[in-house]
Ligand binder design. Structure first.
Ligand SMILES: NC(=O)C1=CN([C@@H]2O[C@H](COP(=O)(O)OP(=O)(O)OC[C@H]3O[C@@H](n4cnc5c(N)ncnc54)[C@H](OP(=O)(O)O)[C@@H]3O)[C@@H](O)[C@H]2O)C=CC1
Ligand SMILES: O=C1O[C@H](COP(=O)(O)O)[C@@H](O)[C@H](O)[C@H]1O
Length: 507
């Protein structure tokens, strides 16, 4: 976030879904942080839209409450004066094209009032079945005919399979060009996910080793302790494959595996990411069991508290076969990665909340040294994404005072110890306002990601076998361990690098 305020642009944000959970928990606090850190132009306006009738004063009150509850930055009484007057509210039914005409008049009046020269950011924080209609009505009403720029920020899920995603894309492309579409994957707004490229391409130490000659396997975990929460209506149809693998997990795979881009420009970066997906081995329906494992949590204990099974959660069907856990073995069949398995796993109600990437390097060609257990442990590079952000390089060294007793030591770096990193939504909102597409997903990425997951979904939909269960509070079903055991490997325990664990002490 090194932009100077002079380079910032005035804009109107037209926020569909302004009474919703996402707006409340993420978007208003993100706007507040950007404003407080002087990262928004003084001339900006946000028009919140929802079905519920509300006046501007009530809406500003709701914005204020959400900022007070969820903002990461401190809030002073004096902050409101310069912030809340930028917000207004209109009641709009997205399914009623007539409602878009008064909206257009309102946006034009805001532009006049705040001296904004037509830059319009349309943000869809609404249910996915409304995405297409909004885009169509925006065009028909003339809201997208503007003297400045127009951009569409669209939340996930982008379709529920390749066909529906293609349909949605065709529909929004009637109104917006590809370079005007900002498809959100909030993992790309995370500090350490963005850092992967820097770690790889700014260190001569790593890049020569970043290939199948030196890397044995890659493991990516995104584990959560929460269950389905209040989202059963969506989740019981989506499952972890659609909710996490099609987007966040594959995005992390792409960041680890991509070739260096020719320039640090969105097109060049997206081109390299897409090449990874093109080389990603597609799994045929009949091969799914070889490569992918699913699971569903049953009752157990998480963080010391008893929790119910997935099927007992409110809104979940009592015989649901929806997966709340997925583990997959992926191969990227190109020169760099041929033969290196990428193991990914994600699940709800697991033992610990952690997103972590482990790069396991190959063993030495010949071991001169041994540790107490026998062979030396491999070198590991652990990129901790969430909740602690950091890096840990595990190497072997002589135990102080011993002859040749070798112990693993960790060279640790903590990115967010004592400092707060910006929230993913802050970064992404700022990028969308500034027109930087780098950390949004391009259509060909989304399309190829669906082509990877669709056969898996089809195989699971057709199987008569019941879904394997795992105990809430565990690391998932046993089958996930077998996926690695077939390759003579095992999951590294999630280190969940904690602030107090950061030191280059002997482990
Ligand atoms: N919540 C989260 O943490 C995350 C959400 N997302 C995605 O963000 C999007 C929004 O999610 P979320 O905020 O949880 O959803 P909510 O259900 O909480 O909010 C949806 C909003 O849409 C409005 N709305 C519904 N129907 C209409 C309509 N016909 N016309 C106008 N407005 C309408 C509602 O307005 P009103 O209340 O006035 O009827 C409500 O404010 C979804 O695509 C979701 O998948 C993605 C990642 C995380
Ligand atoms: O997109 C989603 O991500 C969250 C997990 O995000 P994180 O930033 O907390 O790791 C997940 O809970 C949710 O089901 C999914 O839709």
């Amino acid at each position: 976030m090194s932009k100077s305020r002079q380079s910032l642009q005035p804009f109107v944000m037209v926020l569909f879904g302004a009474n919703g959970d996402l707006a409340k928990r993420k978007l208003f606090p993100a706007l507040f942080s950007l404003h407080k850190n002087r990262l928004l132009h003084e001339n900006f306006a946000v028009v919140g839209l929802g079905r519920s009738p509300k006046d501007d004063a009530r809406f500003r009150e709701a914005v204020r409450e959400s900022v007070e509850k969820y903002a990461r930055t401190s809030v002073d009484e004096t902050d409101w004066e310069g912030f809340l007057p930028h917000f207004s509210y209109r009641s709009v039914d997205i399914n009623n094209p007539e409602d878009f005409r008064p909206l257009k008049e309102h946006v034009e009046s805001l532009e006049k009032k705040h001296s904004i020269s037509g830059n319009r950011l349309f943000y869809l924080a609404i249910a996915p079945d409304l995405f297409g209609n909004v885009s169509t009505h925006l065009k028909a009403s003339g809201l997208t005919d503007t003297a400045g720029w127009k951009r569409l920020v669209i939340e996930k899920p982008f379709g529920h399979d390749h066909e529906s995603a293609q349909r949605l894309n065709n529909q929004i492309r009637q109104t917006f060009q590809e370079e005007e579409i900002y498809r959100i994957d909030h993992y790309l707004g995370k500090e350490m996910v963005q850092n992967i490229e820097v770690i790889r391409f700014a260190n001569s130490l790593f890049e020569p080793l970043w290939n199948n000659r030196y890397i044995d396997n890659v493991q990516i975990t995104a584990s959560e302790t929460v269950g389905v929460e209040e989202r059963a209506g969506y989740y019981d149809h989506a499952g972890a494959l659609q909710d996490m693998v099609q987007n966040h997990m594959l995005q992390m795979v792409m960041m680890v595996a991509m070739e260096p881009p020719s320039r640090l420009k969105p097109e060049a970066i997206h081109d390299e990411k897409v090449k990874v997906l093109r080389s990603l081995r597609r799994i045929k329906e009949e091969e799914v069991d070889q490569y992918v494992v699913r699971g569903q949590y049953h009752a157990g204990t998480v963080d010391g508290k008893p929790v119910v099974s997935y099927r007992q959660e409110e809104g979940v069907s009592s015989d649901s076969q929806t997966e709340t856990f997925v583990a997959a073995k992926m191969y990227i069949d190109n020169f760099r990665w041929s033969g290196v398995p990428f193991f990914v796993r994600t699940g709800k109600r697991m033992a610990q909340k952690a997103t972590e990437i482990v790069i396991q390097f190959k063993e030495m060609p010949k071991n001169l040294y041994f540790n107490r257990e026998g062979d030396l442990g491999p070198n590991l590079l652990v990129i901790s994404v969430n909740p602690t952000e950091g890096l840990s390089l595990r190497i072997n060294a002589k135990k102080p005072g011993s002859d040749n007793d070798v112990v693993p030591i960790a060279l640790d770096f903590c990115n967010n110890c004592g400092v707060d990193s910006p929230e993913a939504y802050e970064r992404l909102l700022q990028d969308a306002i500034e027109g930087d597409l780098t950390f949004f997903t391009r259509w060909d990425e989304v399309s190829l990601a669906w082509k990877y997951v669709d056969p898996i979904r089809n195989a699971w939909d057709q199987t008569e076998r019941s879904i394997p269960l795992y105990k809430a509070g565990s690391w998932g079903p046993k089958e996930a361990d077998r996926l690695l055991a077939q390759e003579n490997k095992s999951w590294w325990p999630v280190s969940g690098l904690r602030p107090e664990g950061f030191s280059n002490r002997l482990r």
